[in-house]
Design a protein. Structure first.
Length: 115
């Protein structure tokens, strides 16, 4: 059974930073993508950042230059460094892993950007 455990969410002022972590455990074979999605109230879930098996990354236009996705392959952990946070970044952030054995989601972590 595969489990994704996210951490690092919280309340931060506009302009601040947060770092999200997602640790994957269980039988994961051949990870293709490790992704971060987010869902704000009343909106659809959207892809924020992705990192591929080879290490290449891509970002939503709204976060380019502010967010950085990275990973620790040995630990099966993916990170999202979020800088210069804006109120519109407020959402539940979800970790997603796509692998040969399946597609898995974390439980989500709340990020609130407010003064």
């Amino acid at each position: 059974q595969v489990q994704l455990v996210e951490s690092g969410g919280g309340l931060v002022q506009p302009g601040g930073s947060l770092r999200l972590s997602c640790a994957a455990s269980g039988r994961l074979v051949s990870i293709n993508f490790m992704n971060w999605y987010r869902q704000a109230p009343g909106k659809q879930r959207e892809l924020v950042a992705a990192i591929r098996r080879g290490g290449s990354t891509n970002y939503a236009d709204s976060v380019k230059g502010r967010f950085t996705i990275s990973r620790d392959v040995a630990k099966n952990t993916v990170y999202l460094q979020m800088n210069s946070l804006k109120r519109e970044d407020t959402a539940v952030y979800y970790c997603n892993v796509d692998s040969f054995t399946g597609n898995y989601w974390g439980q989500g972590t709340q990020v609130t950007v407010s003064s």
